[in-house]
Design a binder for this molecule. Sequence first.
Ligand code: SF4
Ligand code: SF4
Length: 476
Amino acid sequence: MDISTYNPKSLKAAEFISNDEILDTLEYAEKNKNNMDLINQILDKANKEKGLTHREASVLLACDDPSVNEQIYALAKRIKMNYYGNRMVLFAPLYLSNYCVNGCVYCPYHLKNKHIARKKMTQEEIRREVIALQDMGHKRLAIELGEDPINNPIEYVLESIKTIYDIKHKNGAIRRVNVNIAATTVENYRKLKDAGIGTYILFQETYNKKSYETLHPTGPKHNYEWHTEAMDRAMEGGIDDVGIGVLFGLSTYRYEFAGLLMHAEHLEAVHGVGPHTISVPRLRPADDIDTNDFKDCINDDIFAKIVACIRISVPYTGMIISTRESKKTRERVLELGISQLSGGSKTSVGGYAEPEPEEENSAQFDVIDTRTLDEVIQWLLKRGYIPSFCTACYRAGRTGDRFMELCKAKQIHNCCHPNALLTLEEYLTDYASPETKKIGREVIAAEVATLKPEVAKKTSEWLEYIRSGKGRDFRF
Ligand code: SF4
Ligand code: SF4
C-alpha cells in the first residue's frame, strides 16, 4: 500500500490523516493481534507511561486476548492515578442556539428537521441560565451552538461569552468557558482567544472521509478538509488548548481510533502541544435519529477498551465523558482514564432555569444520566473520587505547552490536589445538600492530611476562609 502521502507535520488533512496510513495500520494491527512478542514490547513501552503511537495502540485495540486486556486495564488505571489522581473535574454544557444550516444525518439539529423546536437564547435568557448553573455550583461551562452565520454569527458567540463571564451571582462565577462551535477562520479563532475562552472543542465526528461526506451531505460542514484542519487554524489564532473527539458509531471504531491518535500526533508534531482533551461520545437516539440506522455503534466492552487504550496512548491528555452515558458505564470508565465529566446536564437550548415544556423539545440528544449535580458529587465522593471545580491553570496562564510541561512531569498533582479540595469546599459550603456536605468534609479532612506540610497549612487556612465566608477563589 502506498503510504508515501502520510506526513504528520503536513497541514493538509489528506496527509496528516492519511487514509492509506490508517488502512495500513488496521492491516498491521489485524496481522499482529496475536503476535505476543510484539504485544509484550508494546506493553513494556506503555508501562513507561510516555504514550504509544497510533500503530502500537491499534495493535492493542485489535488484540482480544483476555490476559492482555487485563494488563491494558491495569495499566490504564495506574496511568490515570499517576497523572490525574482521584480527582474528577466537573462541567456543564450550555446550548445557546440550535439553529443550524448543516445536514448532519446523526444530529436532530440538521436543517431539514422541521419538527424540532428551534431556539436561540437572548442575552437575558443566557443570564437566567447561567445564574441557574451557578446556583447548582458549576464553575466551568462548555457552550454549544449549531452553525448558522445569520442566527449564530461570531459576534453573538462573543457577546454571550462576555455575558457569561460577567455574571456574579451570590458566591457564584463561571470561571472557564469552553467553546464548541463549527470550524471557522483564523480571525474568528483569534477573537475567541481574545474573549478569554478555555478550550476550543470540535469533534471530528468521523475521520473516514468517505463516511464523513455521506454523513454531512449538505452545508459548510460537508467540507472534510475545512473541518479536519480547523484545529491548526485555531492554534494559529492563538488558542492553545483544543479538544478533539469522534462520535463513535459513525464509522468503524478501529478506523476512528487510529485517526484520533494520528490527529493528536499531528498537533504535537506541528504545534509542539497535543490536544488538551479527548472526548469519547457515542451515538445516541434523539428526535429524528434512530441509532438502528447506524451499523457501527459500539457496545460497552469495546467502549471501555477504547477509553483504556486512549489513556495509555496519550497519558497527558484529559479525557471527557458526558451524560450521554449511563451511571453504570460512567462508573466503569472513570477509573480507566476519564478526568472530566459533566453533571446535571441539559442538552436543550435553555432548560436549567426552568424545565423545557415537553411539546417544545429542543434537545440534541437524550440524556441518560439524569442525576442532579449534587447526586453526581455525592456518588463521586462515595466512590473515592474528589470532585473538582478547578479552573486554576487556565486563569494562571498555564495553557498549551506550559500546561503540558507540568502534566508531562506529573507535577499537576501539586496544584490540582489542593485546588480540587478548595473548589470542592466552595461547592460544599455554598450549594451541597447536608449529606453531601458531611461526606465531602470527611474526604477533605482525609486528603489534606496527605498534602506536604506547607501546602496542607495553606490549604487549611484557605478552607477556613471559605467556610467562614471570608473569601472564595483561592488557588495554587
Ligand atoms: S452536529 Fe452540529 S453542525 Fe451538525 S447538525 Fe448538529 S449542530 Fe449542526
Ligand atoms: S490545577 Fe490546572 S490541571 Fe489541575 S485541575 Fe486545576 S486547572 Fe486542571
